[in-house]
Design a protein around this ligand. Structure first.
Ligand SMILES: NC(=O)c1ccc[n+]([C@@H]2O[C@H](COP(=O)([O-])OP(=O)(O)OC[C@H]3O[C@@H](n4cnc5c(N)ncnc54)[C@H](OP(=O)(O)O)[C@@H]3O)[C@@H](O)[C@H]2O)c1
Length: 242
């Protein structure tokens, strides 16, 4: 079926040389998100082989495929199941795996019936599945988990709690890893409007500017809002320093 064609495995892709170099490519889960899209573009700009993962039931699958393939990335549509994800990763044996998945309250409200949509299901469940698959198929990979500021053992709220649990699993797994805890990821180029996020980012950045003017520059740099492109450049350094 054309809609679920996996460009990391089609004979046509192999014939055209569009196959990831085993052991050299980077696998991006959450590639369709604000950060994921920017990361795929940034990695391709650096001429790194990229496999962008798109869920097979995505209503925008054809659009994503066109976009990523036009950037020179390959697309995996492996199902979010242990065996399927393990097989997809085994075929690529990526040097790095990025976990950029997450849901939001508004996504939960919009979710289709039967769709996995809670923080437990997505932010924890899918990321944990990705980690398990990586440990089985590509244990030498560097696992990069995009967590969030405020995550810690005493964090409150479902979002922060599941992320702390996930961070603990990454640390306990023994895999080489980087955990990134950004503050707001926001910019005019985000497709969704997310007014609360924009407002929170503006207020926080205003306070940080004030703090920066008073000498707290390191705090400002650490906690300021990043656009997806800025964050992507920092994330890409993890996959390919320099
Ligand atoms: N936004 C912020 O200010 C902020 C701050 C700190 C940390 N973070 C964290 O950073 C990460 C990336 O943020 P972002 O703003 O780039 O995220 P985003 O734009 O909301 O993208 C989320 C990604 O997760 C995927 N996803 C969501 N629900 C899914 C499901 N049920 N099944 C499969 N895939 C699913 C989406 O795929 P589809 O496109 O197929 O739905 C998309 O690729 C998130 O984990 C977020 O919690 C965000």
């Amino acid at each position: 079926m054309a809609g679920t064609r996996d460009s990391t495995t089609t004979p046509a892709a192999r014939a055209a040389g569009q196959v990831p170099r085993v052991g050299r490519a980077v696998f991006v889960a959450g590639a369709t998100g604000y950060t994921g899209r920017a990361l795929v573009a940034e990695l391709r700009r650096r001429r790194i082989d990229v496999v962008a993962h798109v869920r097979p039931d995505s209503p925008r699958l054809d659009e994503w495929r066109q976009r990523f393939e036009s950037e020179g990335a390959m697309v995996s549509t492996a199902a979010w199941q242990d065996d399927a994800m393990t097989e997809a990763l085994a075929g690529v044996r990526p040097a790095a795996v990025f976990a950029l998945l997450g849901t939001t309250r508004s996504r939960m409200r919009r979710s289709r019936s039967g769709e996995r949509s809670s923080y437990e299901d997505v932010d924890y469940g899918l990321t944990a599945l990705l980690l398990r698959a990586t440990l089985r198929a590509a244990p030498a990979a560097h696992f990069v988990y995009l967590s969030a500021i405020g995550v810690g053992p005493r964090a409150r709220g479902a979002y922060l709690r599941v992320r702390w649990r996930m961070e603990e699993e990454v640390r306990a797994s023994g895999i080489a890893h980087t955990i990134v805890r950004p503050a707001f990821i926001s910019g005019a180029d985000r497709e969704e409007s997310r007014p609360l996020e924009r407002m929170g980012a503006a207020v926080t950045d205003g306070l940080l500017r004030l703090g920066g003017a008073l000498g707290a520059r390191h705090l400002r740099e650490r906690y300021r809002t990043r656009t997806a492109a800025e964050l992507a450049a920092e994330l890409a350094d993890v996959a390919a320093p320099g």
